[in-house]
Design a binder for this molecule. Structure first.
Ligand SMILES: [Zn+2]
Ligand SMILES: [Zn+2]
Length: 332
């Protein structure tokens, strides 16, 4: 195996593709994973704009083949938080909140837009045979959608609003539906709203909805700083808002409605992988419609420009081009 590789590196707000980046040395408890597919997330776009002040190899949504350990030779997905395992939070089941943690491609740990990544072996989850790597790459963001169900009491009849019509919204809306909630998606892009409707999810233009308090629960996944202010007037008293958006800049919003209507604000980040893997395997959650394009890793700059265009669906990297793609691979 070579000791250098390709890697997409962010530094000082600049993105570049290196061809001689050192292959990472797995640390204690870590294994090397050869990346097969990776996906560009809005968080990656925010990081290039300065979010988290991260420098290094970008990328945290990926699947690859484990090189050693229990899953050697198998396709795996990987949880992104690398925790110490010793502190009170880790011992109390809050590993994702370990104060010592690093996060793949986001904080203190090189990410997956590279030929190889070193990751804690305990973070790996095998991908069942038959699940295409370009579907399996959605495990990480889908797990984040399943986290909402863990944090709230969603069930039959819960009137849910999903604000936003992007990639995460598509996953969140499907997960809420799986839990028998009634779901309405409000967004800005007619073409994308049509994709929700094709999946049997009611979707409307935000601009055409008269704001009135009608929802028990709203999930804010616009990726925009204005999302929270937009969602507040749509909640019934004692309603719940789940915040999924992270942006580089601080936001300012009038929180009086939260007090007056006794609303609950819940921040929500990473979630459980097993239900996400099972939902993709069984087809309960559909993702293929939301794959917009697949790029070679060397064409990362073009891929990022594409991903940053408003209304773009998921952009993937065919890091290992020997694995056939569902779409024509761009940048060759
Ligand atoms: Zn992400
Ligand atoms: Zn810890």
């Amino acid at each position: 195996m070579a000791n250098v590789m390709r890697a997409v590196v962010v530094q000082g707000g600049q993105l570049r593709v290196e061809s001689n980046y050192p292959v990472p040395e797995p640390g204690d408890g870590e294994v090397l994973v050869r990346v097969v597919r990776a996906g560009i997330c809005d968080t990656d776009l925010q990081i290039v704009r300065g979010y988290m002040r991260f420098e290094g190899v970008l990328g945290h949504e990926f699947v690859g083949v484990a090189h050693s350990g229990e899953h050697a030779g198998k396709l795996v997905a990987c949880e992104i938080n690398c925790s110490c395992g010793r502190c009170d939070f880790c011992k109390g089941g809050l590993r994702n909140h370990c104060p010592e943690r690093t996060v793949l491609g986001i904080a203190g740990h090189d990410g997956a837009f590279a030929d190889y990544i070193a990751v804690p072996e305990m973070n790996l989850h095998p991908i069942p045979e038959g699940l295409h790597p370009e579907h399996a790459v959605f495990v990480e963001p889908l797990a984040a959608a399943f986290q909402i169900v863990r944090q709230t009491a969603i069930g039959p009849g819960t009137r849910c609003l999903v604000l936003g019509d992007g990639k995460l919204a598509y996953l969140v809306a499907q997960v809420l539906k799986l839990h028998q909630a009634s779901v309405l998606v409000l967004g800005k892009h007619p073409a994308k709203l049509a994709l929700f409707e094709r999946r049997g999810i009611q979707a409307e233009l935000l601009s055409q909805r008269r704001p009135r308090p009608e929802f028990d629960l709203a999930v804010e996944c616009t990726g925009s700083p204005e999302g929270l202010a937009t969602v507040l007037p749509l909640l019934r008293p004692r309603g719940t808002i789940v915040l999924k958006t992270t942006v580089a800049d601080p936001i300012s919003v009038d929180l009086a409605p939260v007090v007056i209507h006794e609303l609950t604000l819940i921040g929500s980040r990473c979630g459980p992988f097993p239900p996400a893997i099972e939902a993709l395997r069984s087809g309960a959650v559909e993702v293929e419609t939301f794959i917009e394009a697949v790029y070679r890793l060397d064409a990362a700059r073009a891929a990022f420009e594409h991903a940053a265009r408003p209304g773009t669906r998921k952009i993937l990297f065919a890091v290992d081009e020997s694995v056939p793609s569902l779409l024509k691979v761009r940048g060759s």
